[in-house]
Ligand binder design. Structure first.
Ligand SMILES: Nc1ncnc2c1ncn2[C@@H]1O[C@H](COP(=O)(O)OP(=O)(O)O)[C@@H](O)[C@H]1O
Ligand SMILES: [Mg+2]
Length: 468
């Protein structure tokens, strides 16, 4: 964090400094995990359901924390606040206000926020020092945590913005007012909490509503709910996508045998050949969004081709494609799943698995609410229609995937249901043979163990899209 005195931090958070020198200065990072605190840092103590952060204040101070931000005084200088979460947000905003040359880029959407955030950061760092979170960090805790890492040297701050309800993104934009806002898509992720797809569109659009007239809204022309957000912003709109109307457009998209896309990026009358190292067709749209952000910040078109070719996977378990020494190719997309991202992953499996046996290990898709049954059935149907040879449905909750696949009349494949991840691993160990391509996809911990077991079972020989 930029150096701030305890008095300044207390003022920014509306807190009261207890037992410390107002002029003591925090120069290190702000952390809510005491194990990550370093010299000069600030430890934010949260009263949790299972553990109380205040109990770790000692450890944080031993690790070098100058003070603690918490709800009650501890045996160290404490800035006492009523609500540490709100205090993190307020402190982050105070830091942003002290960094007038910082350009903030916000990314939202139902799928692909983390992937695209990583791509944007990789392009922008070519233009200047860039801060972006590792992984998701997209909520009212993770976002201020990332903001607090910015300092005078930072030129770009790339933030992922998630929402589980209306006005969540509005709040995040108050903490970190974006200059550039990217909306990827409106799908059914978290529909259980939102109630309807229109409510999700309403919530995602809060990002472009927060932009000023000097801002840039990057909108996906291929998603009509996103394209319609043009009317909700004062900012300049840049549309991206494959539809002819898109201002930054991908034409002639092809996938190679690793599911990597090649396309021609068209912007005005300029055409740039692009060859991605990343697997999955959805990376076409994600990379276009990243390209549009970079162009809006002054990246020359000539640099864009190499910039896009150099993009690599940063966050794990997202379309991580690798060959094992035994000849099995694994597509680890086990980080999270919803119907749209599962469709994208199945398409990648179909592309990568041409002429090979294609196996899809599919777990429960969380947060579908009323669409739970239909959403799972659609996934099963699509897998069968794309010619997946074997579907392994993991866990009772994912059962309708099996039903959806079995309902496809002409399908020549097989679907098996297993009770859980251990059974899935045992089945795969017994059945996998050289040449097979296996996709692992599900909502978080529902299939992670399967992906990990496949990784441990075979030495990784060749991994695409990853920096060594
Ligand atoms: N534009 C996209 N459309 C559909 N699925 C996508 C897209 N981008 C990434 N995915 C897939 O969605 C899953 C979640 O990706 P991630 O980047 O972590 O998204 P988020 O941060 O929005 O949850 C991964 O399986 C990834 O391969
Ligand atoms: Mg994410």
């Amino acid at each position: 964090m930029i150096p701030l005195t305890l008095a300044e931090i207390a003022a920014a958070t509306g807190g009261e400094l207890v037992g410390g020198e107002p002029a003591s200065t925090v120069t290190g990072r702000v952390e809510f995990d005491s194990r990550l605190v370093g010299p000069g840092g600030l430890f934010a103590a949260f009263p949790g359901a299972r553990v109380d952060g205040h109990d770790f204040a000692d450890a944080a101070v031993r690790a070098g924390a100058v003070a603690v931000l918490g709800t009650r005084p501890v045996a160290a200088p404490t800035i006492v606040v009523a609500d540490p979460l709100a205090a993190m947000g307020a402190l982050a905003r105070a830091v942003v206000d002290r960094l007038p040359n910082l350009t903030i880029v916000g990314v939202t959407g139902s799928s692909g926020k983390t992937s695209t955030k990583d791509l944007i950061a990789q392009l922008l760092v070519r233009l200047g020092p860039t801060v972006a979170p590792a992984g998701s960090f997209n909520n009212e805790l993770g976002l201020p945590h990332t903001v607090l890492r910015a300092d005078e040297a930072t030129r770009f701050l790339v933030l992922e913005m998630g929402a589980r309800g209306l006005r969540h993104i509005e709040y995040l934009c108050q903490i970190a007012p974006p200059r550039v806002g990217v909306v990827l898509n409106v799908g059914v992720a978290h529909i259980g909490e939102f109630g309807s797809v229109d409510a999700i569109a309403q919530a995602k659009g809060e990002l472009v509503e927060a932009l000023g007239p000097d801002g840039v809204a990057v909108l996906n022309a291929d998603d009509e709910r996103v394209a319609a957000m043009a009317s909700r912003t004062r900012a300049r709109v840049v549309t991206v996508g494959e539809s002819p109307a898109a201002q930054v457009r991908a034409a002639d998209v092809r996938l190679d045998e690793r599911g990597r896309a090649e396309y021609t990026l068209v912007s005005g009358d300029v055409r740039v050949p692009v060859r991605l190292e990343l697997s999955g067709r959805h990376q076409v749209g994600n990379s276009l969004a990243a390209a549009a952000v970079a162009l809006s910040q002054g990246m020359p078109l000539a640099e864009l081709g190499p910039g896009l070719s150099d993009l690599r996977l940063v966050s794990t378990r997202r379309m991580d494609v690798y060959d094992r020494a035994d000849g099995v190719t694994v597509i680890d997309d086990s980080y999270n799943a919803n119907p749209a991202s599962t469709a994208a992953a199945l398409q990648a499996l179909a592309a990568i698995g041409q002429g090979r046996r294609r196996i899809a290990v599919l777990g429960y898709l969380a947060e579908l609410g009323e669409r739970e049954r239909a959403g799972h059935e659609e996934v099963g149907r699509l897998a069968a229609e794309l010619g997946v040879d074997r579907i392994v449905v993991v866990g009772a909750g994912a059962g309708p995937i099996h039903d959806g696949a079995m309902a496809v009349g002409q399908w020549g494949g097989v679907s098996v249901q297993v009770s859980g991840q251990d059974e899935a691993v045992a089945l795969l160990r017994a059945e996998l043979r050289p040449g097979d391509v296996v996709l692992v996809k599900g909502s978080r911990y529902r299939t992670w163990d399967v992906a990990d077991a496949l990784r441990q079972d075979g030495a990784v020989e060749l991994r695409t899209g990853v920096t060594a």
